[in-house]
Design a protein around this ligand. Structure first.
Ligand SMILES: Cc1cc2nc3c(=O)[nH]c(=O)nc-3n(C[C@H](O)[C@H](O)[C@H](O)COP(=O)(O)OP(=O)(O)OC[C@H]3O[C@@H](n4cnc5c(N)ncnc54)[C@H](O)[C@@H]3O)c2cc1C
Length: 414
């Protein structure tokens, strides 16, 4: 398959429009050497930026115009993401809303659900969390036991979720609950939209290795949501959840590699500064890391070409994508720690920059101030787990892409 890296004239014109908007709206000095913001400035800017993105119509700009999007074409979306990535400007209000539940609602939601939730997702005025995993239902998600029962016009929910990222800040959870306990396990599940601020919901933060508490246990005891807040039909939640997981495992074709490329530049600079670039084994590992980032970039262009041509030559790449980047990143961050040597084991962040209590602090908690590389090293450990582990991705590739026999089911214990 030929890959053509030139963009049509209209795409380049659209690129100029975005570049101009960015130049007008980003803070002065953004991206230049020495540019910095205090914690308070950063928080204020983050709020202001979400408003500007919304006013510009850039959040979820591919969504249909009738729901407040711009209905951008695939190529326009790519150009939009490339321009934002080029200047390192964030292009989202709330990951769970923009990337997971929003697109799922567009595909499966009723008209009323779309009218109620989509505008609030676009304006960044509603925060979400994902209530899928339970203590005994992670990879084997269909084993979930949280129950929802109808009581008049409301669902009543009882059970426990775990690893619920951002639950402490969320207004709503998109939650999987068993609504028919007698049906086969994939068949009796529904996908509900449940308000978090109510007496039957208790959020208990889990303290992580870097001192922050990004995710939580969430307990539901008699929590309620309206009967109509079921997405895609009662007992059809498994299919709806697979749609959400598809969005979670995807990455942006031509920009996904960029954050890894930038980080690798930083690791190479550390290696040069410490004379480690003379070590043949480190050099080899750096070259391997660089090659993998390049593979990701080229595969991104292949996927884009495929999508624009309406062909399916690279469908298998989609299935390997999450596994590829998460394992690559884990390996690269192990290399980063080896480059730092003993320095990697002391706290390198500064208290002043730490964001104690914030969601995914850039440099750990104030009680445990790690720097960007250390924080990324820690987080890389989780990337082969969330959204479906690398082992589960391999099962999917084996069974659905390569057509290998299905994995045997574990025998029930006598
Ligand atoms: C940072 C982070 C954020 C998260 N955020 C959320 C969230 O917001 N909402 C949410 O619902 N969940 C969230 N999760 C949970 C995540 O989806 C689960 O951790 C994941 O699905 C794995 O489930 P588990 O932890 O129960 O591990 P298990 O399923 O118990 O797996 C344990 C090990 O066994 C392996 N394994 C299991 N089954 C198989 C098999 N059939 N074949 C081969 N190997 C197998 C796994 O690969 C893994 O190595 C988050 C997780 C992390 C790490």
């Amino acid at each position: 398959m030929d890959v053509d890296l030139t963009y049509p004239k209209e795409a380049e014109e659209f690129r100029a429009v975005i570049a101009e908007w960015l130049a007008e709206n980003l803070p002065e000095g953004w991206g230049t050497e020495g540019f910095s913001m205090t914690r308070d400035e950063r928080l204020a800017w983050s709020d202001e930026w979400a408003k500007r993105l919304h006013a510009g119509g850039w959040i979820c700009a591919s969504w249909p115009e009738e729901y407040g999007g711009k209905g951008l074409s695939l190529l326009e979306q790519v150009v939009l993401q490339e321009e934002f990535a080029r200047v390192e400007a964030p292009l989202r209000a709330d990951f769970f809303g923009d990337t997971l539940v929003g697109p799922t609602l567009l595909q499966w939601g009723s008209e009323e659900q779309k009218q109620e939730f989509i505008p609030r997702i676009l304006s960044g005025t509603i925060a979400w969390c994902q209530g899928f995993s339970e203590p005994d239902a992670g990879s084997d998600l269909a084993s979930l036991t949280t129950r929802a029962e109808l009581d008049g016009d409301e669902w009543v929910i009882n059970g426990q979720k775990v690893w619920t990222t951002q639950a402490q800040y969320a207004d709503y959870v998109f939650l999987l609950a068993r609504t028919d306990p007698d049906a086969p396990k994939h068949a009796g599940i529904s996908y509900l939209l449940v308000p978090m601020h109510q007496p039957g919901v208790e959020v208990r933060p889990i303290r992580q290795i870097d001192g922050s508490s990004e995710f939580n246990e969430v307990f539901f005891s008699g929590a309620r949501c309206p009967k109509d807040n079921v997405v895609g039909g009662v007992n059809n939640g498994w299919k709806v959840a697979m749609t959400t997981l598809g969005f979670e495992r995807g990455s942006s074709a031509t920009t996904g590699h960029r954050r890894f490329a930038r980080e690798l530049d930083r690791i190479v600079a550390e290696a040069e500064g410490r004379g480690k670039d003379a070590d043949p084994l480190i050099r080899q590992r750096l070259a391997r890391a660089w090659s993998k980032v390049k593979i990701m970039q080229i595969n991104g262009y292949r996927t884009l070409t495929d999508a624009l041509n309406g062909t399916h030559h690279t469908a298998a790449l989609g299935a390997t994508n999450k596994m590829f980047w998460s394992e690559m990143h884990k390996e690269t961050m192990e290399l980063a720690m080896d480059v730092l040597g003993p320095d990697g084991q002391i706290l390198r962040g500064s208290d002043a920059e730490a964001d104690d209590g914030d969601f995914r602090p850039r440099r750990g908690a104030s009680t445990y101030p790690v720097d960007d590389l250390q924080a990324s090293y820690f987080f890389s450990r989780s990337e082969t787990i969330w959204g479906g582990t690398a082992e589960i991705q391999r099962n999917i590739v084996g069974e659905r892409v390569l057509g290998l026999p299905k994995e045997p089911k574990a025998e029930a214990k006598a």
